[in-house]
Design a protein around this ligand. Structure first.
Ligand code: 5GP
Length: 190
């Protein structure tokens, strides 16, 4: 998505450790009008694919997912980062290593909100090592639901996440794919 590449070039900030900051329109302030274009683009890419639920992970995925969901007429279910030690039998859970925070979170999803027969599009802001997506895919599959695809805003293609999700046989559509960002110079694929 050329408009996204342009926006990243204009507003993105490359940080140490292979982190791209896009707080100005994704992770702190959300450019809703722009996100509507993102929603339309995911709808175009997944047109004809049966999808009845959008799944994401808190916190940053929620805003994007809610906008995207409107184009699919589907509800959003977000995985919560569990804070209590006791995990009840009413939830699916999996451990996910956080790329940005360098911690491990147990993420949970209520059995009430996902189950067999659901056809899920997973949405997230970034794909880096693939841990967040892999965790979400695990939750969805544990629920007996089907992952129809993953929609990612920014894929850092120089990290291993894309290959990991490809190897699981799941379709990934990333609206911007970063080939490299060495010395603060952003290079996109395509
Ligand atoms: P992964 O699990 O694929 O290693 O990392 C994906 C998650 O980490 C995303 O949910 C996102 O919140 C966060 N993340 C990974 N890389 C970046 C980055 O370069 N910038 C920002 N803002 N978040 C990132």
């Amino acid at each position: 998505m050329k408009a996204l590449q342009d926006k990243i070039l204009k507003e993105g900030i490359v940080k140490d450790g292979g982190v791209l900051k896009v707080d100005g329109f994704v992770n702190h302030r959300i450019d809703v009008a722009f996100m509507n274009e993102v929603g339309k683009e995911f709808k175009r890419l997944f047109d004809g694919v049966e999808i009845n639920k959008i799944v994401t992970i808190e916190a940053s995925g929620i805003g994007i997912a809610c906008i995207v969901a409107q184009y699919f007429n589907a509800p959003v279910v977000f995985a919560k980062k569990n804070k209590s030690i006791n995990i009840s039998g009413d939830v699916y859970s999996v451990d996910v290593a956080s790329f940005t925070h360098k911690t491990v979170n147990t993420i949970i999803m209520s059995k009430e909100y996902i189950g067999p027969g659901d056809k899920v599009l997973i949405i997230d802001d970034f794909l880096a090592k693939g841990n967040a997506l892999k965790g979400l895919i695990t939750l969805v599959r544990d629920a007996g639901a089907e992952v129809m695809g993953c929609g990612i805003l920014v894929e850092k293609s120089f990290q291993e996440g894309r290959a990991l999700i490809d190897s699981m046989g799941i379709r990934v559509e990333s609206l911007a794919r970063i080939k490299s960002m060495d010395n603060n110079e952003l290079v996109f694929i395509d």
